[in-house]
Design a binder for this molecule. Structure first.
Ligand SMILES: Nc1ncnc2c1ncn2[C@@H]1O[C@H](COP(=O)(O)OP(=O)(O)O)[C@@H](O)[C@H]1O
Ligand SMILES: [Mg+2]
Length: 277
């Protein structure tokens, strides 16, 4: 898998601020995030990230709020331009894509599921789910057929004519998931997709995602700040701290050999059931 990763990131740096290039020397020399901000007014998003995500893998990116998770994810479909580094997806150098190619790439290769669902309030559920297909230029009947299929798949068959506001949070996120699956994109980017849900609903959603994944074999990049969730669904977990990758590995590796005190603190908070169950 490391020979032929689906997503390959090398030497990725992201600095936010007026003149990122000007502070690269300090960042490369290891100036920490707080000092960088105080001394230069630049925010360190990511520092020297290398990672490989394999085809069909559920890859979890975990870490405290502000550690750079969303920043990393948004590089994959180039919603963010890196300060340095390379990103290849299925052999394609994402940074070399022209405007048109990038648009096609975003429409067909990846879909996103957001924490706040991101549904369009004035469109009904079916149209929300079918939206990506409409953008792709798929005809009306075909859109409807596929959207109904995916609503069915997430347990919301028959909800197509409802509006988002008529649904619970959990149901809205099922719609978000159906929408993401509906375009047949091979890569699913999920940014804290379940973090806004109540614990019980959240674990149902985790369950459902795992069930779907058994059939679909998507490549899923799943962001969370919760190690319980990461352990439950991740094939591999990467842990970020202040923009740096501090550890990556299989769940059991993280649990049995936390790389430092930061990871150890997460591990200590894992519920007994997760750990021993
Ligand atoms: N557009 C931006 N401008 C300035 N700083 C930003 C911007 N986006 C993110 N950051 C900073 O980058 C760091 C990582 O943010 P983010 O990726 O959103 O973290 P996470 O998703 O892990 O909570 C934070 O310090 C944040 O303040
Ligand atoms: Mg975030």
């Amino acid at each position: 898998m490391t020979d032929d990763p689906l997503i390959r990131v090398r030497g990725l740096y992201k600095i936010f601020g007026p003149d990122p290039e000007s502070v690269m020397p300090q960042v490369e020399q290891g100036m920490d995030k707080d000092a960088l901000l105080q001394q230069t007014g630049h925010a360190l998003g990511l520092r020297n990230i290398d990672l490989d995500i394999g085809r069909g893998e559920v890859f979890v990116v975990m870490g405290l709020s502000g550690c750079g998770k969303s920043t990393l994810l948004r590089h994959f479909n180039r919603l963010i331009e890196p300060t340095r580094g390379s990103i290849r997806v299925d052999g394609v150098d994402v940074l070399q894509l022209g405007r048109r190619e990038l648009q096609e790439f975003r429409r067909h290769r990846m879909s996103m599921v957001f924490q706040r669902f991101g549904l369009m309030p004035h469109r009904n559920v079916l149209d929300n789910v079918a939206y990506g297909l409409m953008v792709q230029g798929v005809g009306r009947d075909e859109r409807r057929r596929r959207a109904e299929h995916w609503l069915e798949a997430v347990g919301l068959g028959g909800y197509g004519s409802q509006f988002p506001s008529q649904l619970s949070g959990g149901q809205q996120q099922r719609v978000g998931l159906a929408r993401a699956l509906c375009t047949d994109a091979g890569i699913l980017l999920m940014d804290e997709a379940f973090s806004a849900l109540d614990p019980l609903i959240r674990s149902e959603m985790q369950e459902q995602l795992m069930e779907l994944q058994e059939r679909l074999h998507k490549t899923i990049v799943f962001i969370t700040h919760d190690l319980d969730e990461a352990l439950r669904i991740g094939d591999r977990i990467a842990i970020l701290k202040d923009g740096e990758l501090v550890q990556q590995g299989a769940p059991e590796e993280i649990l049995s050999a936390p790389a430092d005190a930061y990871v150890e603190a997460f591990v200590r908070n894992v519920t007994r059931e997760q750990r021993w169950g």
